[in-house]
Design a binder for this molecule. Structure first.
Ligand code: ADP
Ligand code: MG
Ligand code: ZN
Length: 419
């Protein structure tokens, strides 16, 4: 297949003129029949890496994705690009018998190019039996870090995927994740049996993001001051607990800031309403637990504030990554208190030993990041296995902008990363 036809197809199906980053190389690799592993930051354009080849291939691509909301989103957007409603379907337990029949008919008729399934649905015998009869172009495993206990969103069902795919029939696999730590990567490759995959890893540097850690004192006041100094800008504030989310949202409202809470304890109507109000810019600020953000694609979030430090650097990177997706300003401010993380560690007591050990290690790395006096960007990228020269930070972190006394910060970094 020549390059021009790939670009032409990109235009034809999606209306984009050029590929982003590694997309073209990734798609070529998959279309050549290789197992392909894509590590690309959030917003990098991973979906297109399987959507375009699915549209160009004979048969149906099976796309495994962890969240029904995410799948629905993608199916809707694919239908928007196509004249054929059946081009993409979701197969899950919420469908009626009639709907399931429609999905199966469309697949058998060769209309359906993409079938989205949650891993739970894929385990079901009846689905496996049906899929055995289907011509499958390839398997796409999105959010592949769900396979690894070292990832930020471990889902045990993901561990069965390899054996299920063997049952249905071997085809090329494309696995995709925004999780860049070497540990998670090797877990994914081992578990999916794709040690020989072609690996495409993009840089995780987000040059437009400014990283800052502040000591956790007068936090409410500091947050209000920051927001008032940035009028009209959109931002997300993450808190650990629902209670804190509610409290802080109220405090902000009382102070004349347009803010709404978002957490899993709110009913789904309220959640949807608050999310929409944020997306439509009826409010500037959403105060949320980590329940908010997966799959949210608001390009002009100008700040992400962590009222509490997250439980791993992985989460920190994902959450701060929701700022400045359009390449514009993105301020990432986290309020750090050692006691918070100590408390978090205590809350893990009673968990299985392996999980506990992993959790502790992740927290230790977060503490080291918060306490380093070296370049935060360099530290963060090092954690993801990427060498990054401090000079290239261009004063886009607090420590580069206002260097503290350097008491061998480099040594600190090394020690923590090596233990
Ligand atoms: P990821 O899954 O890596 O977080 P997405 O697949 O959700 O990223 O894509 C992020 C955004 O980039 C989407 O709005 C998508 O339409 C857009 N996008 C993807 N590829 C291209 C491209 N080649 N040109 C322009 N926009 C693109
Ligand atoms: Mg994605
Ligand atoms: Zn720096």
């Amino acid at each position: 297949m020549s390059n021009t036809s790939l670009v032409e197809n990109l235009k034809k199906f999606f209306g984009f003129n050029t590929f982003k980053g590694n997309q073209e190389a990734v798609i070529k690799s998959l279309l050549e029949g290789n197992d392909t592993f894509v590590i690309m930051p959030t917003g990098g354009g991973k979906s297109l890496c399987y959507q375009l080849p699915a549209l160009m291939s004979e048969g149906t691509a099976i796309i495994v994705s962890p969240l029904i909301a995410l799948m629905k989103n993608q199916v809707d957007s694919m239908r928007g690009f196509s004249t054929e409603n059946g081009v993409a379907h979701v197969l899950n337990s919420s469908l009626t018998k009639k709907e399931i029949q429609q999905v199966k008919d469309d697949i058998t008729a060769g209309i359906t190019k993409m079938l989205y399934v949650a891993p739970e649905s894929l385990t079901k015998d009846e689905n496996i039996e049906f899929l055995k009869t289907v011509k499958i172009s390839f398997y796409a495993i999105d959010e592949a870090h769900c396979i690894s206990e070292w990832g930020h969103d471990f889902r045990p069902e993901y561990r069965n995927l390899r054996s299920i795919m063997n049952k249905i029939g071997k085809r090329p696999i494309i696995a995709l994740t925004a999780t860049a730590t070497p540990k998670v990567q090797s877990d994914i490759q081992k578990n999916l049996g794709m040690e020989n995959a072609a690996v495409f890893k993009s840089s995780f540097n987000r040059e437009n993001l400014y990283y800052e850690i502040r000591p956790k004192v007068n936090t409410e006041k500091e947050i209000i001051k920051f927001i008032k100094n940035n009028p009209g800008k959109s931002g997300i504030i993450y808190c650990m607990s629902r209670k804190k989310v509610e409290e802080l949202a109220q405090t902000l409202q009382v102070n004349g800031i347009k803010a709404l809470p978002y957490h899993a304890g709110l009913d789904s109507n309220t959640r949807a309403k608050h999310q929409d109000a944020f997306l439509m810019e009826e409010v500037d600020v959403i105060v949320a637990t980590i329940a908010f953000g997966m799959g949210i694609d608001k390009p002009d979030v100008r700040f992400v504030i962590h009222y509490d430090m997250p439980k791993s650097l992985e989460s920190y990177y994902q959450e701060t990554g929701r700022a400045g997706r359009d390449g514009g300003e993105g301020n990432c401010i986290a309020f750090y208190a050692y006691q918070d993380l100590e408390k978090m560690e205590k809350l893990m007591a009673g968990k299985p030993v392996a999980e506990l050990e992993i959790g502790k290690q992740l927290i230790a790395e977060t503490i080291a990041y918060a306490e380093t006096s070296g370049c935060r960007r360099r530290y963060l990228l090092k954690y993801f296995g990427e060498e990054f020269p401090e000079e290239k930070c261009s004063n886009m972190c607090d420590n580069c902008r206002n260097p503290k006394e350097k008491f061998d910060a480099q040594e600190d970094v090394k020690l923590v990363l090596e233990t």
